[in-house]
Design a protein around this ligand. Structure first.
Ligand code: ASP
Ligand code: MG
Length: 469
């Protein structure tokens, strides 16, 4: 099997963690598999780089930052391969080159005082470029040939800096040409997560947390058998354990369940991440590098078809419910169209929509950060309707949360909504808005933020999700 293994920031957060990641890669290879590693930056490094870029853009470049980054990575090299002078020297040289580039970019930025998204990508991706040589050296030190590869040589993207999208045909060709020979020789390439490049070779990033996406893209480009995401939790859980102590890990879920869950706040996998693997039906495993014996969660086409209706319950906070209401809206066409045109214009992402058949009210949920500008734009765009009284008011309700019950097998199973609302009724929780897509994989509701944890617990209990199915 060809397995792409991705290690997140905490899984490469120290010399010890990197040693363990390397050991996991080598041990899996010893079972007869071909391995490609994708690594994140060491934990907190990306934040530090972004902070440095912001600071430099105000005219302050502090060379101490370079030293700090060098010291942190060098101490890892010392611990991992300090006794191997040749390899140690090579890694330090790689670190120096990469930090030279970083320093030049920041210095330039401190002169021009303008932080463009393009420049931010060039700087914020440095963390992965520093981590990859360390991980490769740790693997090589365990007797398996390994080299660090910058994903700028593999993944070709659009030029949407800060959140670029892969161009899969170009990516496939470049990735295969660059990695296949090494894989066939039995080497373990270590690819930088998060970063990529445009067709012209300008560095881009895939967005915060983008290394999972990198792994899925590289897996798809190489027709891998599986993608393994090593992280710091045991897998995808039936609920957030801080809200529901009896929550448990799901052994198997489908891509659609994983994407619904990621969409609704379970931070384990970003929904976009799964797409490249999903298109090629490559299973994705979520595994815990702190607890490697745990089988984790397998995400596949089938999921676990024998499981009951609801598989997991999640909540998202930090959202705002916007409602447009007025009895005059009835039968006036175009208000919904205008509303969502404005939302799209503001590039805001709608998390949930609901309209009653009386047509007196359209409401939808946005992240709190996006809501103020959308509300202002809506008031301007719907000025005429407000003046004519077709719309009475546009309100923004804060301190709400979305709670979502998710599961493929909800489709066509009657009584699920009754159980959800029965559980909430019994718990005395007031539901502000409801939405179920016709895919029937998700029932979402809006409650006050104060009620969110209680709502999640009540639904979890009603479906007995703490019991293994
Ligand atoms: N290092 C990047 C970030 O912190 C990418 C990742 O960790 O997946 O966002
Ligand atoms: Mg990360």
């Amino acid at each position: 099997m060809l397995i792409v293994m991705k290690f997140g920031g905490t899984s490469v957060g120290s010399a010890e963690r990197i040693a363990q990641a390397a050991q996991l890669a080598v041990d899996t290879a010893a079972k007869g598999h071909q391995i490609v590693v994708v690594t994140s930056a060491m934990s907190k490094v990306t934040d530090l780089l972004i902070g440095a870029a912001r600071q430099a853009s105000t005219g302050h470049w502090d060379p101490k930052l370079r030293q700090e980054l060098f010291d942190r990575h060098k101490s890892v090299a010392d611990a991992l391969i300090g006794k191997d002078a040749a390899r140690h020297g090579e890694v330090l040289e790689a670190l120096r080159q990469r930090l030279d580039r970083f320093e030049k970019l920041c210095f330039g930025l401190s002169m021009v005082h303008e932080l463009t998204p393009r420049l931010l990508d060039a700087i914020s991706g440095t963390g992965e470029m520093l981590a990859a040589p360390l991980v490769a050296a740790a693997i090589a030190a365990r007797g398996k040939a390994s080299q660090a590869v910058d994903a700028t040589e593999l993944i070709v993207t659009t030029d949407q800096y800060g959140g670029a999208e892969p161009l899969m045909d170009e990516t496939r060709a470049k990735t295969a040409a660059r990695l296949k020979p090494a894989i066939d020789r039995g080497e373990i390439p270590v690819v930088t997560g998060f970063i990529a490049a445009t067709a012209d070779g300008v560095m881009t990033t895939l967005g915060r947390g983008g290394s999972d996406y990198s792994a899925s893209i590289v897996g798809a480009a190489l027709d891998a058998s599986e993608v393994w995401i090593w992280t710091d939790v045991d897998g995808v859980m039936t609920a957030n354990p801080s809200e529901v102590p009896e929550a448990r890990t799901l052994a198997e879920i489908s891509y659609s369940e994983a994407s619904e869950l990621a969409y609704y706040g379970a931070k384990v996998l970003h929904y976009k991440t799964i797409l490249p693997a999903f298109r090629q039906r490559i299973p994705v495993r979520i595994l815990n590098s702190f607890n490697p014996a745990h089988p984790g969660t397998r995400v596949s086409v089938e999921g676990n078809p024998s499981a009951q209706g609801v598989k997991a319950v999640t909540s998202i906070r930090g959202v705002i419910l916007i409602a447009i209401s007025g009895t005059g809206m009835q039968g006036i066409p175009g208000i919904a169209a205008k509303t969502f045109d404005v939302v799209a214009d503001q590039q805001a992402n709608v998390l949930m929509i609901s309209q009653a058949s009386s047509e007196n009210n359209i409401c939808f949920v946005l992240s709190a950060a996006e809501a103020p500008r959308v509300v202002a734009a809506l008031r301007a765009a719907l000025e005429f309707e407000l003046m004519r009284g077709h719309i009475e008011e546009i309100t923004a309700e804060q301190q709400v949360a979305i709670v979502a019950a998710v599961g493929d097998r909800m489709q066509g199973s009657p009584g699920i909504a009754a159980t959800v609302f029965g559980a909430l009724g019994e718990a005395g929780i007031n539901v502000i808005a409801i939405s179920q897509g016709s895919s029937e994989r998700n029932i979402s509701l809006v409650v006050t933020e104060r009620d969110a944890a209680g709502a999640v617990r009540a639904i979890h209990r009603a479906f007995q999700l703490e019991k293994t199915s």
